[in-house]
Design a protein around this ligand. Sequence first.
Ligand code: NDP
Ligand code: GDR
Length: 372
Amino acid sequence: MHTGACIIVWWGMVNKKTAFITGIAGQDGAYLAELLLDKGYEVHGLLRWDSYVDQRDGAGRLFDLDIVSEISLHMGDLTDAQSLTGIIKKIRPSEIYNLAALSQVGVSFDVPASTLDINVKGTLAVLEAVRLLDMVETTRIYQASSSEMFGCAPAPQNENTPMQPCSPYGASKLAAYWLARTYRDAYGLYAANGILFNHESPLRGEDFVTRKITRAVAKIYEGSGEPLILGNLDSVRDWGHARDYVRGMWMMLQQDEAQDFVLATGQSKTVREFVEKAFAHIDIEIEWRGFGVRQVGCDAKNDRVLVRINENLFRPKEVNYLLGDASKAREILGWHSSYDFNALVAEMVDEDIDLLQENTSLKDDGKCRKVG
Ligand code: NDP
Ligand code: GDR
């Protein structure tokens, strides 16, 4: 090899950035890992022990994106501060993306103490590890904050909106947000909060409303007679695409100074509109009949009931209206959302139909079922 080429290879090796992603097996973790690999990063990820032991299932999204072999996975738990510190000490990452969380808002009402343990003490463990390992000068932290912190605050919400969380999840994320800000102010740590509004994708967990809807619509398209059962149809969300949002996370860590940013599309829709759009994509027009929990969504052509309401799916307290103002991210980061609502819904329904068809053909072949 020529001396010049050697220098380029050496320069690339010493300057290769190392990222550590907690929650790497989640929706955002998987897309972020893919993005960072594309940018030439060495990528490490934290996997909970059961996900680590059964990686085909626990890290299924990394297999779906075909990137698992390029990532170093570490068994651990966000709530186990000692083991987490050991992993960070070994990797000495230049960037940490703290995405691991109990992220289901409804579930947080059932297990509030676990929610706080994971989301608050877990975040503290990451911040403390960086401080105690003397990595404040060398490591930047992204903290996955959430529009749920705004709770009942009037829309549109931005970085200056007073926060009024309405769930254990929202309260936990607000505490973690303030911990990140406190470590930034007290110790000079580069810790940026991304206050992200809802973002979805074909990799979205099946217990979130968008994916629940698109899976049910795909099954109905494939001939299922089971209606879609939902809770509150009238809450309003600002839904974007996860691929756009992970790009924003990375951008937040490339600034001269750590700051907090809202990422949102600035467009809001109700759950009901999401349902209508998803069915419209398979040429079914939904007609709503009745009121309250007795309301049903019917196929306008043949009166078949396709959507029902179950009051058990309502939350003890609901965030009614979320609509983000991402002007700061647009101006400072140059970030924008590239998907519109229609494209997002269409992609999710199409992918769920493809997945069902793929699974059916695998079953017909007598082969193992693909892990979805
Ligand atoms: P997911 O629920 O898809 O992923 C969360 C990941 O965290 C899972 O892989 C889960 O692992 C992991 N995890 C949970 N508990 C622990 C633990 N104790 N130790 C280690 N790992 C753990 O969430 P998203 O990818 O959608 O979101 C990423 C982050 O962004 C979360 O913090 C979420 O709260 C936040 N956020 C998300 C938004 C969205 O719309 N998607 C909007 C705003 C904020 P396992 O799979 O093994 O359970
Ligand atoms: P959210 O997302 O709570 O906004 O949190 P989710 O998709 O769970 O709910 C959105 C809205 O839909 C209503 N809803 C239902 N929700 C679920 N999950 N299942 C149902 O059957 C159902 N029927 C109606 C909900 O009441 C709610 O109003 C997401 C998560 O990703 C958080 O981690 C993240 O911080 C926020 O987005 C921003």
